[in-house]
Design a protein around this ligand. Sequence first.
Ligand code: NAD
Length: 324
Amino acid sequence: MVFDHPEWDDHEQVTYVHDASVGLSAIVALHRVRGGAALGGIRFHRYPDSTAALTDVLRLSRAMTYKWALTRLEWGGGKTVVLGNPARDKTPQLLCALGRAIDELAGRYVCAPDVGTDAEDMEVIRGVTRHVAGLPGADTSVATALGLFHGLRAMANRVLRRDDLEGVTIAVQGAGGVGSRLCAHLVEAGARVWVADIDRERMRTVSEVTGVAPLPPDEVLSADVDLVAPCALGAVLDERSIPRIRAKGVCGAANNQLATPADADRLRERGVVWAPDYVVSAGGIISGARELGRISTEEMQERLAGIYETTLTVLDLADKRGVS
Ligand code: NAD
């Protein structure tokens, strides 16, 4: 039962969407509706079962609320998960059926791309609802990668006591929209970068385009580097991976990197500084706010650069208060 779920956090609305004729099974969770809407992406993923999907959507929508709170943009957090294999199951018919369900929420939820969906999918969804962002030409991963780059600068300041990334060694997990662009920023800043992706083709492309070195996916979190940037999926920091981390700082865009809240303490006990993902990956929603007309392009750039200060403030506060 959803109200008894361990990840339940007084979510305002959880909607189950099913349309057998197009193979659609999805859950839309609105954690908080603020300023009239909850905003967050659509994740299309092969969940082992519907319980795992529910867990994910409850956690992801809550993380979106945290992100919006830190941007002070007065929107709340929402998220959609679609159960299935995007490569096989994602059809225009399925996307339109999902779009119609989103339209029925009458603007209380605004969707955008997430893992397994992209700008082209949002264009399809726009055919049936106007409550959609992240359309072609407004790829949020561009801003997310730039914001994360500023977060990594703050992390270097905090754990290496330096303001530039020249010669800093960094391992990036995931060479997708965010990871690949992050690699380019890091190389430009003079960092020494390694990247790992389970998709060999992607890893090779990023490696060729940016000049970063490939790394086996199962070695990336334990790489002997200064910083690690998880930019793949969530729950990668757990009781098995944390003891193997050799980096001084972990700072990445992947949503919900901690498998459980106790993992934040595990990291702290090991002396590894972790930048909360909802702080350093806020670039995507900042660019979403620009796309929806809430802020100007200039303000977006200022806010992306501002992730540096926000990250430092959060890390300093945690240090002063002795909390993870
Ligand atoms: P993406 O789907 O484009 O890329 C993810 C990449 O991770 C893929 O190439 C995939 O093959 C790879 N991957 C999956 N499991 C892996 C593993 N175990 N080891 C190594 N690589 C693995 O997604 P994205 O848009 O780049 O987003 C990356 C992460 O950042 C996600 O967790 C997403 O929720 C989060 N995020 C994205 C945005 C955005 O604007 N795109 C904003 C905020 C947060």
